[in-house]
Each structure stands twice: as structure tokens, then as C-alpha cells.
Design a binder for this molecule. Structure first.
Ligand code: GRF
Length: 215
């Protein structure tokens, strides 16, 4: 068996998706090993959990760098120093620049709380409610230069209920995120799902992803 894909998770806050990935990676034959957690915010609660799991957890405070490029060079150097193969963004609240994104092309994934291409950017739950959407959800996608515009790997759906608030809808979506992201990371880490010529290939071979839908 080949060695597990060395994976870094980038966070900015509570890190509940990070936690779901760490838990999934405890299973012996899970194809990714969580080698590193990095936060751009030193006070991110997720760092403590990662450390409690004996995972290297580093804060790289973007505020101490003179510009985005120097912050991202430090981030890139840190990932390389830890022999990282794959980067999973999980509530990482910094937009990444073109050089960083190009350097990790096909090896950089993100989870976004909407059914992309609907509701790129922030406040996705409120916007879905304001539109009277009847379904909502989350997407795991490869990261490209344009924000939240990368090819989608997998989506999880929820119904929008009458009387839903931002909080109730966010909680229902988050529950699906925690189920979807470990499955999507496994598919990419194992090489089953890949980015080729700007398109995602291999999803049809992963029954777990192709049929994933929760309401
Ligand atoms: C999640 O909703 C994720 O989709 C979005 O940011 C949130 C992060 O939550 N990108 P957590 O830090 O994983 O709990």
C-alpha cells in the first residue's frame, strides 16, 4: 500500500470541519494523514483541538506580514517543510493569491456553505433564506483563482424548512459538511478524484460521493 497523502488543514476559527477530518483520518485505511494544521489567527479554537490530538498546529498571523505575498510565502514554506501533498481549507477566512493557488493547483480544496455556483462569498444562509430557496447545502471544490468558483467535487443538500432562521439552517448545513468533507478529502487523497484540464474527473467512480444527498 502506498503511504497516506500528507494533508494540511487551514483554519481561521472554531474548526469543526477540521475536527471532522481529523476524526475521519483516525481510521486505519483512510487515505489522508493530517500532518499539519495552520491558522492565520493565533486565537483560533481549532488549534487547541489539533494539539490535543498531537497534530502539529501552527499559527501564522497574517497581520504581522507586510503584504499578502509575504504571508503566503511563509505559509507555502511551512507546508513544504512539513512535506504536505494536499491542502484542505476549512473555514480559512483569507483569500489566497494567484501565485499560491497556482502552486497548489489540483492539490488545494475548500468547503463552502452553499450549493455552488449559487451564493459564492459570505452570508450564504441568509441569502438563501431571503431568496426563498427550497434547498441549500454545501460544496467541496478545487480552489482556483476566482473566489468560490473552482470545479465542484461533491455537494450535500438540505431542505430549507418553513420557519428556518440563519442559525437553524446553518446548523443543518454544517451537519452535512461534517459528513461530506471527509468523503471528498478521501476521494482526492486516494487519487480517485482529480483535476484534469480544469475539470474534475473520477467522481462517478466514488459511489459515496456521487449519491451523497441529505435532507
Ligand atoms: C463552514 O461553514 C465552512 O463551510 C465555511 O466556513 C465554516 C467553517 O466552520 N467555509 P468550521 O470552522 O469548520 O466550524
Amino acid at each position: 500500500m502506498t503511504s497516506r497523502c500528507q494533508t494540511a488543514i487551514l483554519i481561521s476559527g472554531r474548526g469543526s470541519n477540521m475536527r471532522a477530518l481529523i476524526e475521519a483520518a483516525k481510521v486505519v485505511d483512510y487515505p489522508a494523514r493530517i500532518a499539519l494544521v495552520v491558522s492565520n489567527r493565533p486565537d483560533a479554537a481549532g488549534l487547541d483541538f489539533a494539539r490535543s490530538e498531537k497534530i502539529a498546529a501552527i499559527s501564522i498571523d497574517h497581520k504581522v506580514f507586510k503584504d499578502r505575498a509575504s504571508f503566503e510565502r511563509e505559509l507555502d514554506d511551512t507546508l513544504k517543510a512539513h512535506n504536505v501533498d494536499l491542502v484542505a481549507l476549512a473555514g480559512f477566512m483569507r483569500i489566497l493569491g494567484d501565485d499560491f493557488v497556482a502552486g497548489w493547483h489540483g492539490r488545494l480544496i475548500n468547503i463552502h456553505p452553499s450549493l455552488l455556483p449559487a451564493y459564492r462569498g459570505l452570508n450564504t444562509h441568509n441569502r438563501a433564506l431571503a431568496d426563498g430557496a427550497i434547498e441549500h447545502g454545501c460544496s467541496v471544490h478545487f480552489v482556483v483563482r476566482e473566489l468560490d468558483a473552482g470545479p465542484v467535487i461533491a455537494q450535500g443538500r438540505v431542505a430549507v424548512h418553513e420557519g428556518d432562521t440563519e442559525a437553524s439552517l446553518a446548523a443543518r448545513v454544517l451537519n452535512v459538511e461534517h459528513q461530506l468533507y471527509p468523503r471528498a478529502l478521501a476521494a482526492v487523497a486516494s487519487g480517485q478524484v482529480r483535476l484534469e484540464g480544469g475539470r474534475v474527473v473520477g467522481v462517478d467512480q466514488v459511489a459515496d460521493l456521487a449519491r451523497f444527498c441529505v435532507s
